[in-house]
Design a protein around this ligand. Structure first.
Ligand code: ARG
Length: 574
């Protein structure tokens, strides 16, 4: 809002358009230098005058504008100081509008977003957890900007490992144990399979045969496979439910079984398939990449072919304009190769495919491995976080109604925020104690700020409806008498409200939910500074109280919206 105003005021006096002005306006490093600054150096050439003289002239023009802004020329810059008595309430009024900052940049564009995508009969590892949370946040943020988004859980539900599982289950498994704990039991069966296959290599042949029968559609084998998939899914769904994550589509790798042959035919027909060491590959020399393996020596197709079929399906059938893959950084080469092959196939939209990688997450300095004994099940992490949250709440607010529900929201929210606040490519070391804390850069800190605002509004009898209906006249009346409400801290908080849309567009530009999470931390900090700066509710100052409550309500509204975008619950009391 301030940026737009500044650009509009400057435009008549400079030979560049408003868009360019918006790009050039800066936020000064210290508040003493104004709310915004405009550098005049790049204008010196076209205006044939030294920057200082341009700055002086612009400052003069702005000071005469009567727009509630004071300008000061200084060292080639025009520093702009907006008058809080004019602007604070305007900003707050705008931010209180339900659609504030909602753009339609993405209108008419369809994003298909690959996220979570765990493997059946294996634990949902920490990479899948990150993919689920980053993906869910990105989907919500894109939607906020008007995109149509289809999230797809690309389950790893096919592959030779099912042959092993089938053999192991038939030899040592039973239905009830598997139903009770599908993933734990599947893991035990795998482990046992590998142990016994060490002694009896013929088990490997049996597994190969079992998988072959599965591929050929043998009914009994297929039913068993379905059973494994369904049971694993039940367990995954419990975690998704805890995280509040839903998918628009759950289309596993098996969905593409009948779509692989056409891809192979095309590759062959286009002369892209080459033999290498008995296997078939697509060379990607020009792309500077190693060849993409398409068919193994035994004729089995592998992971890249499925992703080729998947991308073609998403573009042609689902009509995606943009394909995003939220998958760990270790698959970088895989996606480069897949997109490279698509390009060679002549699919010009290959450039609209993007891998959105993220770094590793360790737990208290230890790698979270999903193999063998050291499985850290996500559920346990969430349980532990919820327990810690419960302890903190019991100490801080023992009379809180609905304590369990709040502990759940805070514990789960802490884990989600603890992930999303980091730039996704960084590796994160996850320290439970730290992320669950109510202080510092944490989800509970943001949630607590939100709850604090909710309680303030309850106490102050703030009624959103009433304020709205009092309309511009009421605001203007407040204005005249609320001068005392416009402290430096209030102004800083209000200015932060104006950065909401930049947080959203940065998040989309970089596929980086942390832009939103960071913004929430800054807004929380600014609000808390305002809150501690002086009493919000002052019985002998009705107009000032109303102005301060409105500011609180606006901050609360954006915090609530932001938490929702990140997939985090926002309890009204904590
Ligand atoms: N299931 C794979 C894994 O756990 C991730 C799949 C990612 N999505 C894709 N389209 N390849 O490693």
């Amino acid at each position: 809002m301030l940026m737009k105003q500044a650009a509009a005021l400057l435009q008549p006096h400079v030979p560049i358009d408003e868009e360019e002005l918006l790009r050039r306006l800066e936020t000064p490093p210290e508040p003493g230098l104004g709310d915004l600054a405009f550098p005049c150096f790049m204008l010196a050439k076209s205006m044939r005058r030294p920057p200082a003289s341009i700055a002086a002239e612009l400052a003069e023009a702005l000071n005469a504008s009567g727009a509630g802004v004071r300008a000061q020329a200084s060292g080639g810059y025009v520093n702009l100081f907006f008058d809080p008595a004019v602007w604070l309430d305007r900003i707050v009024g705008a931010a209180l509008e339900p659609g504030y900052g909602r753009s339609d940049d993405g209108r008419g564009r369809h994003v298909v977003l690959d996220m979570s995508s765990p493997n059946i009969a294996k634990p949902l590892g920490v990479g899948h957890l990150r993919s689920t949370m980053i993906g869910a946040a990105l989907a919500a943020i894109y939607r906020e900007a008007g995109y149509r988004v289809t999230t797809v859980n690309h389950l790893g539900d096919w592959g030779t490992q099912f042959g092993k599982l089938i053999v192991a289950y038939r030899s040592w498994g039973d239905r009830r144990t598997l139903e009770a704990e599908p993933i734990g039991e599947s893991l035990r069966l795998y482990v046992r399979f590998h142990e016994e296959a060490g002694q009896r290599p013929e088990l490997e042949d049996e597994a190969r045969e079992a998988f072959l029968r599965l591929e050929q559609g043998d009914a009994e084998t297929a039913a068993l496979w379905r059973f494994f998939v369904d049971e694993s899914m039940k367990e995954f769904n419990r975690i998704y439910a805890r995280l509040g994550v839903r998918f628009d589509e759950v289309l596993g790798e098996s969905f593409y079984n009948d779509k692989l042959e056409p891809v192979l035919e095309r590759l062959r027909a286009q002369g892209l398939l080459e033999e290498s060491d008995g296997a078939m590959v697509v060379r990607l020399d020009e792309e500077g990449l190693p060849p993409c393996l398409i068919l193994k020596k035994d004729g089995a197709t592998i992971y890249p072919v499925r992703d080729l079929a998947t991308a073609l399906y998403r573009q042609q059938v689902m009509k995606a304009d943009r394909l995003l893959y939220v998958v760990g950084a270790e698959q970088q080469l895989h996606f480069r190769q897949v997109f490279g092959v698509l390009g060679k196939m002549g699919e010009r939209w290959a450039g609209d495919c993007e891998h959105v990688p993220f770094g590793l997450m360790t737990m208290e300095g230890k790698k979270m491995s999903t193999r063998r004994g050291q499985v850290v099940f996500l559920n346990e992490v969430l349980d532990e976080a919820v327990n810690k949250a419960r302890e903190i709440i019991a100490a801080k607010n023992p009379d809180l109604p609905d304590r369990d529900r709040v502990a759940d929201a805070v514990g789960v929210g802490a884990v989600v925020f603890g992930d999303l606040k980091n730039r996704r490519l960084l590796s994160v070391d996850f320290k439970l104690e730290e992320v669950v804390s109510f202080e510092g850069e944490t989800g509970p800190y943001v949630q607590y700020t939100y709850a604090r605002i909710a309680s303030l509004l309850r106490k102050g009898g703030y009624d959103a409806g009433e304020v709205e209906s009092s309309g511009a006249a009421g605001v203007a009346a407040d204005h005249a008498s609320a001068g005392g409400a416009y402290t430096e801290a209030a102004w800083a908080c209000a200015k932060r409200l104006t950065q909401w849309d930049a947080a959203i567009s940065d998040a989309i530009r970089d596929n980086e939910p942390s832009a939103v999470a960071r913004y929430m931390l800054e807004l929380s900090r600014d609000f808390n500074r305002f809150y501690h700066d002086g009493k919000v509710i002052q019985p002998d100052d009705a107009a000032g109280t109303r102005a301060r409550l409105r500011l609180a309500a606006a901050a609360g509204s954006l915090l609530g919206r932001g938490l929702k975008l990140l997939g985090i619950a926002a309890p009204e009391r904590m």
